[in-house]
Design a protein around this ligand. Structure first.
Ligand code: NDP
Ligand code: OXD
Length: 316
């Protein structure tokens, strides 16, 4: 098939260098980093991460948008988002990275990593009480592709696992709640809260002081714990700091922040009970993601349906 038959791919990325994405995509298709002027008719697909606002709305022959990430809030932030299908990332290797991150953080809080790191600095030889995993409950807000994978691994490790979703979604071995009505019961049964929600108009700012206050504080760990690897704007950082200050939260692991990069003057950087990672829980790897993206474009050209489509109404 010629380049004109296939159309071109617009690769529009801000915040990181798209070199590897460009190299891999352009092995199979013609790729551009900028449209050739307004209303460029040659572009059929856009592969994007935080694309420039109103850029996509100018493309008359755009057939579908592919998000480089699993989250698509970056797309909905565009006031000129055209009405074409949006495909997001669902990939085994991304899921595996996230499963690892959640297991790592839950085990570190459960096995008192912060406490032992403090003891080591002071050369203290002391073994505190270690509750068994079966006495600790992990509650996962957002039981989608990533949340369910993390839940499966935590069940395997022997934790009690709770899940919270928008719609009813049972999972074997997991106690499930859904909707706003289900939230208080879910929180009251949760010692370690893991947030793997998408950022939508319903979830923005959901992790606030009021929510954190409803976690089970009198627990085998000696306090409630927060792990957020969903999106930074799900959380209110001043509320997290207040909850830590007041002992409502014992510890937190945060991979995502209201502002990224996390500003140098944020007290989260130096808080002894906060573990910070730079939005690194699960990275989109082009070597794994480009081949299925191109295969989807080819299938779509043959008239087959796209998969992993975003529900515009729900916002994820
Ligand atoms: P999915 O779309 O597969 O799952 C989203 C889950 O959130 C679903 O269970 C959904 O409920 C639930 N949900 C959505 N809105 C609400 C709501 N209002 N109330 C309750 N539950 C809700 O997403 P993924 O699992 O693939 O990804 C989740 C998020 O993880 C992404 O959106 C992204 O923000 C983040 N992410 C972060 C990364 C990192 O490196 N830190 C890397 C990759 C993703 P239901 O099942 O009923 O639809
Ligand atoms: C994603 C991310 O959404 O990297 O995939 O945060």
């Amino acid at each position: 098939m010629s380049e004109t038959d296939q159309g071109r791919i617009l690769l529009s990325v801000t915040g990181f260098n798209p070199k590897r994405w460009y190299e891999l995509l352009s092995k199979e298709r013609a790729v551009v980093l900028e449209p050739e002027g307004a209303r460029d008719p040659s572009i059929r697909y856009a592969v994007v991460w935080k694309q420039k606002p109103n850029l996509l709305s100018t493309l008359p022959n755009l057939r579908a948008i592919f998000s480089i990430g699993a989250g698509v809030d970056h797309l909905f932030a565009d006031p000129g988002l055209p009405d074409v299908p949006i495909v997001r990332v669902v990939a085994d290797n991304l899921t595996q990275y996230m499963r690892e991150y959640i297991v790592w953080r839950v085990l570190d809080h459960h096995r008192q990593g912060a406490h032992y790191r403090g003891q080591q600095l002071r050369k203290v030889w002391h073994e505190p009480y270690q509750p068994p995993a079966g006495e600790v409950s992990v509650g996962i807000m957002g039981m989608g592709h990533l949340g369910r994978a993390a839940a499966g691994a935590l069940v395997y490790l022997g934790f009690r696992v709770n899940g919270w979703t928008r719609t009813e979604r049972p999972m074997e071995g997991v106690s499930c709640w859904h909707g706003r009505d289900g939230l208080p019961g879910f929180l009251a049964a949760t010692d370690i809260l893991v947030v793997l929600l998408p950022l939508t108009h319903e979830t923005r700012g959901i992790v606030d002081y009021r929510l954190l206050s409803q976690l089970r504080h009198k627990n085998a760990l000696g306090g409630a714990v927060l792990v957020n690897a969903g999106r930074g704007k799900l959380q209110r950082e001043t509320d997290i700091l207040r909850a830590l200050e007041e002992g409502i939260l014992k510890e937190a692991s945060l991979d995502v922040f209201e502002q990224e990069p996390l500003p140098k003057d944020s007290p989260l950087w130096t808080h002894p009970n906060v573990f910070v990672t730079p939005h690194a829980a699960a990275t989109s790897d082009p070597a794994h993601l480009v081949p299925p993206m191109l295969a989807q474009m080819d299938a779509f050209e043959r008239g087959e349906p796209l998969t992993n489509l975003v529900d515009r109404h729900a916002g994820y």
